[in-house]
Design a protein around this ligand. Structure first.
Ligand code: GDP
Length: 140
């Protein structure tokens, strides 16, 4: 199987509740290696650009406000089929639909404040990683 990289964000609802370590333990238990990580307060411009694909959605402004409401932890994760492996351990977007044992089932507060972001394809992972990380900030 292919070793690949994916992009992850620990969202403001989770950093506010000091859950970074617990979420990282879930990621590592799922076979993912954290090969890049930094804590950052997103600017409004950064959040808007990152979620530009959702600009037409009714929740876009709320989502941008939420993502800038506190610090986030930006991560590059590496492992076998990392994109799919991370989506699996994250769980469904809406925690009400998330499977038992997933991060969102156990930690998310709502469909918006759902604790983590994970890339949905290897192509988007590459775009998202390069948006937030320089190559020299990632070490396998
Ligand atoms: P993801 O790939 O599972 O994160 O889901 P999406 O790409 O569809 O949505 C991006 C993010 O927008 C989600 O993780 C949520 O934080 C937020 N979001 C998605 N759907 C809704 C919604 O119906 N209402 C609100 N308020 N936020 C949403």
């Amino acid at each position: 199987m292919a070793i690949e990289r994916t992009f992850s964000i620990i969202k403001p609802d989770a950093t506010r509740r000091n859950l970074t370590g617990q979420i990282n333990a879930r990621l590592e238990a799922a076979g993912l290696r954290i090969v890049g990580q930094k804590r950052k307060q997103l600017t409004e411009a950064e959040a808007k650009a990152f979620y530009a694909v959702h600009a037409a959605r009714p929740f876009y402004n709320d989502l941008v406000a939420f993502m800038t409401s506190g610090p986030v932890v930006l991560q590059v994760l590496e492992g076998e089929n990392a994109v799919a492996a991370n989506r699996e351990v994250m769980g469904a977007t809406n925690p009400a639909d998330a499977a038992d044992g997933t991060i969102r089932k156990d930690f998310a507060e709502s469909i918006e404040a759902n604790s983590v972001h994970g890339s949905d394809s290897p192509e988007n992972a590459a775009i998202e990683i390069s948006y937030f990380f320089a190559g020299c900030e990632i070490t396998s």
